[in-house]
Design a binder for this molecule. Structure first.
Ligand SMILES: Cc1cc2nc3c(=O)[nH]c(=O)nc-3n(C[C@H](O)[C@H](O)[C@H](O)COP(=O)(O)O)c2cc1C
Length: 325
């Protein structure tokens, strides 16, 4: 399939794997890129610019297809070495960067100078328009359904995507709730030029996470996510578990008086415990409502091939049947 996104990133299928903390290692990114999508290494998960440079080299050893790096600018306890991460990306020769969180304007001149395509992830039309105005090449429009940080506006993709399409000139991918060929065709119908998936890619054979995580996704329904940290205006959609329910009880009890310190035990440093070690009650970890559409753990190639075949079937068969004779 050819879209402005496949052309921009030099990929076969308009499918991007969003950066994911403690999932976006070389194994994940290479599997997606080898299957014709755009795999993304998560920059901050690597800890230091030196380790990111090593992870990029490791990924180059696993694929000769294009892949990218995610740089997330979110509130964090210790500010990461962003200049170092940006330099590591530029020096590595990677040509795609997914930015997320705060406005990436400060880093764009250096990235553009290095001929890197920047796709910024946004949860609102106004941020998407801003991303276009500061020179981003594309945006990933992330609806309220998404795993991770959906922002504070709570606009789901059936509204957000066409609203973004009405305002944007640069191409965008639909993000949040994307799982299969139906999602891809719907995303294209609503004005996107492809889709970005997070949660769905975790339930694949190659995803470098504990089997308990994959099992939990297959078992979960669309009712099993919760929004946490809303009182701190840092809302995160997570899979529910004992720690999340405890955290939500604290949020209810403390109301406006809640501070990060009150919930640190349930959110700080929990990703390796859950995703690497499989301790599923260790804390809150990002997960989308799309968990309700995940019923198996295929290889990444099986997943992407299935998505493309299903999209083709919908476009050429199912939708054609609705046309007036
Ligand atoms: C476990 C997990 C970790 C994530 N970590 C990050 C991150 O570090 N940076 C980021 O920009 N997005 C992160 N995301 C968001 C994804 O890149 C993507 O935007 C989101 O998962 C899309 O929604 P979906 O899960 O419904 O596909 C994460 C998502 C998940 C599920």
């Amino acid at each position: 399939m050819k879209t402005r996104i496949t052309e921009m990133f030099g990929i076969e299928h308009p499918i991007i794997q969003g950066g994911m903390h403690y999932v976006g290692f070389a194994e994940m990114a290479a599997a997606v890129s080898n299957a014709g999508g755009l795999g993304i290494i998560t920059g901050l998960t690597q800890g230091t610019p030196e380790n990111l440079a090593k992870e990029i080299e490791r990924c180059k050893g696993m694929t000769d297809k294009p892949f990218g790096v995610n740089l997330t600018f979110l509130p964090s306890v210790n500010t990461p070495d962003y200049p170092g991460f940006v330099k590591a990306i530029i020096d590595s020769g990677v040509k795609a960067v997914e930015t997320a969180g705060n406005n990436p304007a400060k880093w764009l001149p250096a990235l553009k100078e290095a001929d890197i395509k920047v796709i910024h992830k946004c949860t609102s039309v106004r941020h998407s328009v801003k991303a276009e105005s500061i020179g981003c090449d594309a945006v990933s429009v992330d609806g309220f359904e998404c795993g991770g940080h959906p922002g504070e506006d709570d606009v789901p993709n059936f509204i957000l995507l066409p609203a973004a399409a009405e305002k944007l000139k640069i191409p965008f991918v639909a993000s949040g709730g994307m799982a299969d060929g139906r999602s891809l065709v719907a995303a294209l119908a609503l004005g996107a030029e492809g889709m970005n998936m997070g949660t769905r890619f975790i339930a694949t054979k190659e995803a470098p996470v504990h089997q308990n995580v994959k099992d939990a996704l297959v078992k979960a329904s669309e009712l099993d996510t919760r929004l946490i940290m809303r009182p701190l205006r840092n809302t995160e959609r997570v899979l529910t578990n004992a720690a999340v329910e405890r955290l939500i009880a604290k949020e209810k009890e403390m109301g406006d008086k809640l501070s990060f310190g009150d919930i640190a035990a349930e959110v700080a440093g929990v990703y390796p415990k859950i995703l690497r070690d499989g301790d599923m009650d260790a804390g809150g970890w990002s997960c989308g409502m799309v968990a309700g559409l995940i019923h198996d753990v295929p290889t990444v190639k099986e997943l992407i091939d299935r998505i493309m075949a299903e999209a083709d079937e919908i476009i050429t068969q199912r939708l054609q049947r609705f046309r007036a004779a």
